[in-house]
Design a protein around this ligand. Structure first.
Ligand code: GDP
Length: 308
């Protein structure tokens, strides 16, 4: 994960750390290299600019350059700015509900609490739905039901049923010919009747963001009043993932992002730009095809990984 970016930054900081004294020019030279590394990682340009300005301003402060370990101080400043760029650290920063449970989701509502999963086709939405359901069941002890509202893609509903069996999570029985809003209503009634804590709605994907998709998402959201609306995007698509997130923001009340295929993402552009561009927190990182391959997204841990 993020190997290419990590290697590039590692080279820049190794040379900074090795020096006993630093001048303003040394910091500026290093920041030029960091800038190139971030752009090569496909981080959005305005995000890169803001990051470099912030770090430079903090790093050329007199105390930093005059300190005994200026190189290390600069690396610390970069680390802190990276954590901020990734969305800040809930453990240190705030006392949100999301920080209180291990999965980082707000489930503080009358059951069945609805989690709506949205995203483009192939982003990893169905797999992520099952991964999160399994995690909620295993770490939070929640009774979870999943329902597929995808009536466009052949066998999408069957796919979720198979994943449900693998994950040991219940799925809503399939009724052929039913439309998404009707399936959502049936899922809610069924989850209420059977006292499920959480209902996960796996909505239909499309190849591109279009009006029909947004209309369907809005209709489903209005009947199901989801507590969380999670957008699933593929980290390998870099800034496109951020653009998709921007298209969804404003149309549906997104509460967070699931970034899939982080296991194959050497660059990190989507992860690094997402929060700054869309204002939405990354809540989970998909790290493989298996149902356990998902991690709650912790900005400080990710920053540590990038800086080595
Ligand atoms: P959907 O069309 O958005 O529902 O996508 P799927 O959930 O069917 O996933 C498409 C493919 O991506 C499947 O082969 C998944 O196994 C794979 N996939 C999903 N998430 C990840 C991930 O985090 N890492 C990797 N390597 N593969 C993933």
């Amino acid at each position: 994960m993020f190997d290419a970016l990590s290697d590039r930054l590692g080279n820049v900081f190794d040379s900074l750390r090795g020096r006993g004294a630093l001048k303003e020019d040394d910091v500026r030279t290093a920041m030029r290299e960091v800038r190139i590394a971030l752009l090569e990682a496909d981080v959005a340009l305005p995000v890169v600019r803001r990051f470099i300005d912030t770090v430079t301003e903090r790093a050329i402060g007199a105390e930093v350059l005059r300190s005994v370990t200026p190189g290390q101080q600069v690396v610390k400043i970069v680390n802190d700015a990276l954590v901020e760029m990734l969305g800040g650290d809930p453990e240190e920063g705030g006392s949100s509900q999301a920080a209180q449970n291990a999965v980082g989701l707000d489930l503080d509502a009358k059951p069945p609490v609805v989690i709506m999963m949205v995203g483009l086709q192939g982003s990893g939405k169905t797999t992520s739905t099952a991964k999160i359901a399994k995690r909620l069941k295993e770490t939070e002890g929640k009774k979870v039901m999943m329902a597929s509202l995808d009536v466009n893609r052949p066998a999408a509903q069957e796919q979720l049923a198979i994943l449900g069996e693998q994950a040991g999570v219940a799925t809503l029985p399939i009724v052929a010919g039913q439309q998404p809003v009707d399936i959502a209503n049936r899922a809610i009634s069924s989850a209420k009747l059977q006292s499920f804590d959480v209902l996960m709605l796996d909505t239909a994907g499309r190849l591109h963001v279009d009006e029909a998709l947004m209309a369907e998402m809005k209709a489903v959201a209005s009947v199901s009043t989801p507590r969380e609306v999670l957008l699933v995007v593929d980290s390998l698509t870099g800034q496109d993932a951020v653009n998709v997130a921007q298209s969804f923001t404003g149309e549906v009340p997104l509460t967070g992002v699931v970034l899939t295929r982080m296991d194959g993402d050497a660059r990190g552009g989507a992860a690094l730009s997402m929060r700054a561009v869309t204002g939405k927190p990354i809540k989970f990182a998909g790290t493989g095809e298996k149902l356990d391959a998902i991690e709650a997204f912790h900005p400080s841990r990710v920053a540590n990984r990038i800086l080595g």
